[in-house]
Design a protein around this ligand. Structure first.
Ligand code: ADP
Ligand code: MG
Length: 376
C-alpha cells in the first residue's frame, strides 16, 4: 500500500497474475472540493467475488469515494480501475458498476417487474429476453411471482431485495452499496445483514459496501477498510481489525473497548506502564511506536478481562457498580479503584455478581493495547 494504511493480509503479488485479478482498484485517489480534501491518498484492491466494506464515521469521505468509483465525481488525483482498466475518463453509464442508494430510489408508481426491466429496456433488449431475465432475478432474490406487485405493496426488506435485483439483472462487475440499510429499523437491519451476505455469496459478484455501522461491516465483509477524515487507517479482515488494530482510531471504532487515557511512565520492550489521567497505573502493550512521556490511550476489550482469582498478568481491584443485562452479551460494570468505570464480559461470573461486590479485574498485558492518543 502506498498510502500508509496498513494491510496485514494482502493477496499475493500481482507478478504472476493477469490484470483482472482485482474487480476494482483505487490507486492514490484524492478528491478536493476547493481547499477541502474529502478523500486523501486512498488505495485499495478488491479481489473478484469478495465482499469489501468501507467503514468510517459520517463525513469521513465514504460517499465521495464511491461516487468517484461510479463516475459521478472525478478524482483530483489518482487512478481507478475496474477489471484492470482505468475508468477515470469513462462516463458513469459506460462503467460496468451499479449503485444501490440509501433510499433505494425505486420508482414507486411502477410495478416490481417494470422497475427491474428499466435498465434492460434502456439497453434495448427484447421483450422476451427482458421477461426471462426479470423472472430469473426475482427467483434468485427469493421473490418469485412478484412481477406485477406495486413497489408500495412491498415490505422494507422486499424493497431492499428489489433494489438489488434491479442492479444485479444488469450483471455489473461491482455492485456499490451506499449505506443501504440506514433507513430500516433495527430488527430488519439485523436480518438484512445476513441476507445481503448470502445474496453476495450466491451471485459471486464483488460488493463494495459503505457504512458507519461497525457491526454491519464485521458481519458481512471479507475485507474492511477503516476510513477516518478522508484516509484509510487500516485494511484487513474483520478478525484482523478486531484483534490487531493499528491505531487508537481503529481500536475505538471497531468492536467495543474500554478506553483509559494516560501517559507512558516507563517501558520494557513493547510493554508499557501507563499512568492513568484519573490516577493509578496499568500495564499494556505498545504497537504503534509510542514511548515514554507520550500521551496515550489504553484499550481493553471487555472479553479480554477476567474476574477469576489467580489469573496472571495485570490486576486491579474494584467494586461491581452494576450488571448490564443483555442476554448472552451481558456485562458487568466495574468501578476500579483508580476511579474509572470499565465493562467486563466474563460470562462465568456474571450471574454470581451483585452490586457492591469487591472484585479483582485482570488481563494479560498483550491484550491491553496502547496507542498514541487520538486528537479527533
Ligand atoms: P460520508 O459519506 O462518509 O458521510 P461524504 O463523502 O458524503 O462523507 O462527505 C465527506 C466530506 O466531503 C463532508 O465534509 C462533505 O461535506 C464534503 N463534501 C461532499 N461532497 C461535497 C461537494 N460536492 N462539495 C463540497 N464538499 C463536499
Ligand atoms: Mg455517505
Amino acid at each position: 500500500m502506498s498510502n500508509g494504511a496498513v494491510r496485514d493480509d494482502a493477496p499475493p503479488s500481482t507478478a504472476t497474475e493477469g490484470p483482472a485479478m482485482y474487480d476494482l482498484s483505487c490507486s492514490r485517489v484524492t478528491k478536493k472540493f476547493g481547499a477541502f480534501t474529502a478523500v486523501s491518498d486512498v488505495s485499495l484492491d478488491i479481489p473478484s467475488g469478495s465482499f469489501f466494506s468501507i467503514l468510517g464515521p459520517s463525513g469521513c469521505g465514504k460517499t465521495t469515494l464511491m461516487r468517484m468509483i461510479a463516475g459521478f465525481e472525478t478524482p483530483s488525483e489518482g487512478d481507478i480501475k475496474i477489471k484492470g482498466e482505468s475508468v477515470v475518463a469513462v462516463p458513469p453509464n459506460r462503467r460496468n458498476v451499479k449503485m444501490v442508494f440509501q433510499h433505494l430510489a425505486l420508482f414507486p408508481m411502477m410495478s416490481v417487474g417494470e422497475n427491474i426491466a428499466y435498465g434492460l429496456r434502456c439497453r434495448g433488449e427484447s421483450r422476451a429476453e427482458i421477461g426471462k431475465k426479470v423472472a430469473g432475478i426475482l427467483d434468485r432474490v427469493g421473490l418469485p411471482g412478484t412481477t406485477d406487485k406495486r413497489i408500495e405493496q412491498l415490505s422494507g426488506g422486499q424493497k431492499q431485495r428489489i433494489a438489488i435485483a434491479r442492479c444485479m439483472v444488469l450483471e455489473p462487475d461491482v455492485l456499490l452499496l451506499d449505506e443501504p440499510l440506514g433507513a430500516l429499523d433495527l430488527k430488519l437491519r439485523e436480518h438484512m445483514k445476513i441476507e445481503l451476505k448470502l445474496l453476495q455469496h450466491q451471485f459471486e459478484t464483488t460488493f463494495l459496501y459503505i457504512t458507519h455501522d461497525q457491526s454491519e461491516a464485521l458481519v458481512m465483509s471479507d475485507q474492511v477498510a477503516v476510513m477516518n477524515a478522508g484516509r484509510f487507517e487500516q485494511i484487513g479482515s474483520p478478525k484482523a481489525l478486531y484483534d490487531a488494530p493499528v491505531s487508537g482510531f481503529v481500536a475505538g471504532f471497531v468492536g467495543d473497548a474500554n478506553c483509559l487515557p494516560g501517559t507512558i511512565a516507563d517501558m520494557s520492550g513493547t510493554e508499557a506502564r501507563v499512568m492513568l489521567d484519573d490516577g493509578g497505573a496499568v500495564v499494556g502493550t505498545v504497537s504503534d511506536g509510542s514511548t515514554v512521556g507520550d500521551a496515550v490511550e489504553l484499550f481493553l476489550r471487555p472479553e479480554a478481562l477476567s474476574l477469576r482469582d489467580g489469573e496472571d498478568g495485570m490486576r486491579v481491584a474494584g467494586t461491581v457498580d452494576s450488571l448490564l443485562f443483555n442476554g448472552a452479551n451481558s456485562r458487568i460494570l466495574v468501578k476500579i479503584d483508580t476511579g474509572q468505570m470499565i465493562e467486563v464480559a466474563d460470562p462465568s461470573h456474571t450471574a454470581a455478581m451483585a452490586e457492591g461486590d469487591p472484585v479483582s479485574v485482570s488481563w494479560r498485558p498483550e491484550r491491553a493495547r496502547v496507542f498514541a492518543r487520538r486528537t479527533r
